[in-house]
Every structure is written in C-alpha cells, then in structure tokens.
Design a protein around this ligand. Structure first.
Ligand code: C2E
Ligand code: CA
Ligand code: CA
Length: 532
C-alpha cells in the first residue's frame, strides 16, 4: 500500500470515526427532542382541558347563584331579601357579592353593603354590559367600581347580579402546568378576555385566539399555544407554552440521550478504528492474505552440475499483494513471529501438489523441496499433513524434500526428533544456508541429515579472492567425509559452476541455470534439460 492510499484510508478512518461518534448522539438528540416536544404538547393539552373545565364550571356556578336570587320571594332590597342575598353569597364560594339594580342600572342594594338607602351605593350605575345572551344574562368583565373596590366579574339578569373574582377562572391551574405557561379565558361571542393568569398579556392571548384555526383536535407537534373552545358555552381558553430562557433550554437538553449517544458512538468508532487499524497493519494484512490464499509458489530448478540436467526444484513462496509480488524475506519473519507460518507452509504444499502433482507422479525422479520454519520443526503437525496429502496424489515420499535452516533449530531436541521422523517417512532433509550460522558444523554432527546447501555468500566469492573462495571447497570436503549431499546455492557465473563441480559438489541452483519459475515454466525447463 502506498502513501497516498494510506493517507486516503486514514482520512476515511477519521470520517468514519466522526460519523460513528456523532451519529448516535445526533439520533439520540433528535429522538429526545421529539419526545420532549411531545411531552410539552401533552402538558399544554392537559392544561387547556383543565382550564376549559374550570371556566365552564365557574360560569355554571355563577349562573346557579343567579338563579337562586331569582327565586327569592321577598321584595327586592327588603331586609329579608338582603338576608337571602347574604346567605347566597356565603353558600356560594365563588360569589363575592350579590345584589340588585333598577331598570336604569342604578344600584339598589348589595349583600356586602346593604341597601342604597344606607348611602354607600348612592348614585352608582352599571355601565352597559360587555356581553348579553339571548336569554337575558349579562356580563361585565373587569368592573372596578364594585363594592370592595377590586376588579370583579359581574353576571346579572332581571335586575339582580352576582360578582366574582375573575381570577377564579384560572387560579387552580398553576399547579397543573408549567408555572411559566400563561392561560387566558375568552368570551367568544364578543372576543373579550374574561381572565388571565398573572403576568399574562391579555391582548396577546386575544390575538392568538383570533388567529388560531378552530382546531378541536390537539396538534401533533408542540405548538407555541393551544386554543380550546367550549361546546356548551361561548367560552374558549388559550394556553401558551412557557417561554424558556437559554439557560433553561440548556438545562432541559436531553443530556442523558446526548451523552449516552456519544458514549455509544465513541465505542462504535473505537471498534471501527480498531478493526481498520488492524486491517491496515502488516499483521492484519498478512492474516488476510492467509485467509484469502494470496500466496503463490515459484520453483527454482536444481540441476546436476555434471550433466546440467534438472533434478528437482526448490519451492519459494511469494505473497501476491494486489498487483505486486512480495518476496518471502519481507514477510516470512513476521509470519513466524505472528504464528502464521504453519498456515503458509500448508498453502505452499497445497499449491505444489495442485500445480506439480501430475508432473511429479508422471516423473518420479523429480522432487520439490520445501522450506520449513521453526514451528514446522518442533512438532509432527506438518508431517501429519504431508503424509496423507502425497499418498493421496500417489507420489513417493522422496519427491518432497525438506529444507531447514539453523534458525529453525530453536528447540534442538524437538527438531532432532522431528527431522528423524521426516527421514524415516522417506523425506530427505537438507540443512539450508550452510556456513552462515554459528554452529553449522556441530549441527551437521548432531542432526542426522541428508545434505546441506552451501550458502550463496560462499559461492559469490569463488574466483574473487583465494582465501574466502576456499570455504566452499572445505565445506564440500567435509560433506564428503560425513557422506552427505551438497547443493550449491546462488550460482550466477559459469566459472562458479565449474569450480564447484571440480571440487566435488554434485548439485547446484542459481540464475546461471534458471531463476525461480512458474509451475508451467518449470515443467518446460525440466523437459528441455531431459532432452525431451
Ligand atoms: P533460501 O532458501 O536461501 O532461498 C534461496 C533464495 O535465493 C531465493 O530467494 C532465491 O530466489 C534466491 N536465489 C536463487 N538463485 C539466486 C541467484 O543466482 N542469485 C541471487 N541473487 N539469488 C538467488 P527468495 O525466493 O527471496 O527466498 C528468500 C528466503 O525466503 C529463502 O531463502 C527461504 O529462507 C525463505 N523462504 C522462501 N520460501 C519459503 C517458504 O515456503 N517457507 C519458509 N519458511 N521460508 C521460505
Ligand atoms: Ca531454501
Ligand atoms: Ca539458502
């Protein structure tokens, strides 16, 4: 993966993290706002219902009291009449005062102040009523000049009246709703405000009432106000939603949802980041490659230095990463370190059998050698995979050879045991990179093996300076003494091949003969050297 791709992926990662972190919080916020608005609308509707009930109830009680006065048999304003007025005012909680007036609206008597003759009501006249019903009931809203001096609501009929405190209409509502929401009660026939809760703008309420659609159904979302009309009386109530200050709004934000959403989002984002980073890491990519079987095998011919005929091949793994071929030196150490090497070894074997199985069966004199790492040499696992696999293909065990480096002898006892098991099963075992380790010689004595591969570094110096080029020669001599085969690696020049052959090395591989090849190329190469 190049830097531009990495940069693009990192940017993508950041975007994903942001979306993952913010989306649940945002959704939570929207949900919470919806439910909060729904709750507020519900509250507004409850208050409106209660307010209308209350207004109708107060109106009904006042007319009831008015009806009772109508039934009093005594002569208006006579002492027994006044006594009855007082009784009615006392027994009706809502009635502040009751009394009588004459045809011209002049006051005659009052339950509080007695008869006009007492002098107090002298000359007081009721103004024209604010409202008059078809059956003769009249109402005065906000009359200030009544007994007691307070603003009163007065209902009258046929020369008598009851007076009440207008706040009666709204006084039981504060406990119900948000204290900051306003309630107004309106006479719909004359569009007059009868009463409002304290600190409520009566004119604004009236304006709302006038512009509101006559919608008896509660509105779905939360409107700034609700208007409710009475079906039995010319009454309506307007309830306005509380005006929240910025601080109140912040306080009532759905913090639980927000923080919960944020936490969930961060968790999801962390999870996504973890996965993406893991996928982007060399380790993640390598395990991906193992899962997706992204390995291919190249076959480097091994030739008889005397006849130059091909005798077999070394299987060399490559990682096919997108359109690139990655060399084993770049990923085998990581695979060994991360416990992926055994899976790779198995895939290499599968590939060999798939690509060269038929060829090897047809030409049993050829072999393929497989490079093993330490984990493959500590247990019998690979041997247990190998045995049945080649039996199934009908190959001879000798056609699969094993190459092991000194590095893979970490657990010397286990390696010794596993190596002898491979040999018993018929697989020749070679000590790879011979001469480059600390104790190649002692290994040659400890492990009973079939051959060694002279490392390329000793082949390189042949013909350059006498001292180091003699190392290869010494190794060949020693191998002869121990009766093990020699394969010289990395032969690039004719003079190297000639030298090694002259000193007694029988086999070799290197670019002089052939670079690593595809299976088809290898089969062609082998045929060519056979003279076929
Ligand atoms: P190696 O076993 O010593 O393999 C020989 C390496 O030398 C190969 O490199 C081969 O391509 C290269 N080579 C062969 N002839 C010449 C030549 O004339 N000149 C030069 N300059 N190089 C030559 P490659 O394929 O990159 O393999 C590197 C190492 O990776 C191998 O060294 C081996 O230790 C390891 N390896 C390869 N395949 C596997 C595998 O399937 N499993 C394990 N565990 N290790 C593997
Ligand atoms: Ca090798
Ligand atoms: Ca080698």
């Amino acid at each position: 993966m190049n830097n531009i791709q990495r940069g693009a992926l990192a940017a993508l990662l950041i975007v994903i993290v942001l979306i993952a972190a913010l989306a649940p919080a945002g959704i939570g916020f929207l949900f919470a706002q919806r439910s909060q608005r729904h709750e507020a609308a519900e509250r507004l509707n409850t208050v409106a219902d209660a307010a209308l009930n209350r207004a109708e109830d107060v109106t009904r009680r006042l007319s009831g009291a008015l009806g009772e006065i109508g039934k009093v048999a005594a002569a208006p304003c006579s002492p027994p009449y006044l006594k009855e007025l007082r009784r009615i005012a006392l027994t009706h909680e809502q009635v502040r005062d009751a009394g009588a007036y004459d045809r011209d609206g002049r006051w005659q008597c009052s339950s509080l102040l007695g008869a006009v003759s007492a002098g107090t009501l002298d000359g007081l006249t009721l103004p024209p009523p604010d409202w008059r019903s078809r059956d003769g009931v009249m109402a005065w809203y906000g009359l200030a000049r009544l007994p007691g001096g307070k603003t009163s609501l007065v209902m009258g009929r046929d020369g008598f009246y009851v007076a009440a405190d207008p706040s009666l209409y709204v006084d039981s509502l504060e406990a119900l709703g948000d204290p900051a929401s306003g309630v107004g009660v309106i006479n719909t026939e004359v569009s007059r405000v009868i009463a409002t809760t304290p600190a409520t703008d009566a004119a604004a309420m009236l304006a709302v009432y006038r512009t509101a659609r006559p919608a008896p159904e509660p509105e779905p979302d939360c409107p700034p106000y609700v208007v409710r009309r009475s079906v039995s009386m010319p009454l309506a109530v307007v309830v306005s939603a509380p005006q929240q200050t910025l601080r109140q709004r912040v306080r009532t934000l759905p913090w639980g949802w927000l923080l919960g959403g944020l936490a969930a989002g961060l968790l999801a984002a962390g999870w996504a980041a973890f996965f993406i980073v893991r996928r982007l890491s060399p380790r993640g990519q390598l395990s991906d490659a193992v899962r997706r079987h992204q390995f291919i095998v190249a076959y480097q011919p091994i030739v008889d230095l005397g006849t130059r005929r091909c005798v077999g091949a070394e299987a060399l793994v490559r990682w096919k990463y997108h359109d690139r071929i990655v060399r084993p030196d770049h990923f085998i150490p990581l695979a060994e370190h991360r416990g992926l090497i055994q899976a790779i070894t198995d895939q290499v074997l599968d590939t060999i059998l798939f690509e060269l199985g038929e060829f090897l069966k047809r030409y049993p004199e050829y072999y393929v050698s497989v490079n093993l790492s330490a984990p493959d040499l500590t247990t019998h696992r690979f041997l247990d995979v190998l045995g049945p696999a080649i039996a199934h293909q009908g190959l001879r065990p000798a056609q699969i050879r094993i190459e092991a480096t000194e590095r893979s002898f970490l657990d010397a006892d286990a390696a010794k045991e596993v190596i002898s098991a491979f040999r018993e099963a018929g697989h020749a075992v070679y000590l790879d990179d011979f001469g480059t380790g600390y104790s190649s010689l002692s290994h040659l004595q400890t492990f009973r093996i079939d051959g060694l591969k002279i490392d390329k570094s000793f082949v390189d110096t042949i013909g350059q300076d006498a001292a180091s080029s003699s190392v290869a020669s010494h190794i060949i001599d020693m191998a002869a003494t121990l009766d093990v085969q020699v394969i010289a690696e990395g032969i690039e020049r004719e003079e190297q091949a000639a030298y090694l052959h002259a000193r007694g090395a029988r086999f070799g591989q290197g670019w002089l003969f052939s670079p690593p090849l595809s299976a088809a190329e290898f089969i062609r190469y082998a045929g060519k050297t056979r003279g076929a």
